[in-house]
Design a protein around this ligand. Structure first.
Ligand SMILES: NC(=O)c1ccc[n+]([C@@H]2O[C@H](COP(=O)([O-])OP(=O)(O)OC[C@H]3O[C@@H](n4cnc5c(N)ncnc54)[C@H](OP(=O)(O)O)[C@@H]3O)[C@@H](O)[C@H]2O)c1
Length: 227
């Protein structure tokens, strides 16, 4: 069975990825800051839990050492933060310290994980690096506001596009995804999609990816989103 590694696996979309891949019989490497979370421990199937703070160089390096020799078919860089509370963070209301932290988590984190785990993904059969970005990072669709979160995801999208070019010769497929507006701690209770709906869609799209999709920005239903 294939192997998937998921960051931010302890709650929200990451936890649902863990549940669904485990239910499909995949080997799941579930990475979380608190890898002892009860929600992760109760998931049946081939799930191994790993401690990972994506902002910590030592934490990422320790994970790479721990997994040395493993082949990863699909790497899902899911961990992320919104930064400033919803409704704040507009023009004239920027928390610069929080902006820096958001970029550390949403941009440096996935890049660092991708760099550290590249040899493991190269060893996998599918060679997919999926990055959970957000439609809010689209420059084409940006109406203003939410500078902290939007700019971090725009930056992540730029990184994904670069990786697609740099890693093409290694057969790696790097894709940025919008999961939809999802009912999680981040998405809130009014969001339109359940985690089950979002992740079912994302898994289907990930399953059908080909090298021609590398460097694309895709919705949870597989449709393209303008950069
Ligand atoms: N929900 C939506 O509507 C929506 C829409 C567009 C994009 N997204 C994106 O989807 C992804 C998942 O979001 P979600 O809705 O599931 O949010 P969530 O419920 O707030 O979960 C965020 C996850 O990221 C983890 N995380 C945060 N900082 C971390 C760090 N430094 N190291 C490792 N893990 C860290 C959290 O772990 P802890 O439990 O340790 O904090 C948690 O597992 C994010 O990248 C988000 O930007 C979500």
């Amino acid at each position: 069975m294939p192997t998937v590694l998921i960051t931010g696996a302890g709650r929200g979309i990451g936890l649902e990825f863990t549940r669904q891949y485990a239910a499909q019989g995949w080997q799941v490497l579930a990475c979380a800051r608190d890898s002892d979370k009860a929600e992760l421990k109760v998931i049946a199937g081939q799930v191994s839990r790993h401690r990972l703070d994506v902002t910590g160089p030592a934490s990422v390096a320790a994970l790479a050492r721990e997994l040395d020799g493993v082949a990863i078919d699909v790497l899902i860089n899911n961990a992320g933060i919104y930064g400033q509370p919803k409704g704040s963070g507009g023009f004239g209301d920027i928390d610069y310290a929080m902006w820096e932290q958001t970029i550390r988590v949403n941009v440096f984190g996935p890049m660092r994980v991708a760099e550290a785990l590249l040899p493991l993904v190269e060893r996998g059969d599918r060679k997919v690096m999926a990055f959970i970005s957000s439609r809010m990072g689209s420059i084409a669709e940006n109406p203003g506001g939410a500078y902290v979160y939007r700019s971090s995801k725009t930056m992540l999208n730029g990184v994904v596009k670069g990786l697609a070019g740099d890693l093409k010769s290694k057969g790696i497929i790097a894709v940025a995804f919008h999961p939809g507006w999802v009912r999680t701690d981040m998405g809130g209770a009014s969001a339109t999609l359940s985690t089950e709906q979002s992740v079912t869609g994302l898994r289907n799209v990930i399953l059908g990816l080909t090298p021609a999709d590398s460097g694309r920005f895709l919705n949870h239903d597989g449709t393209a989103i303008p950069w």
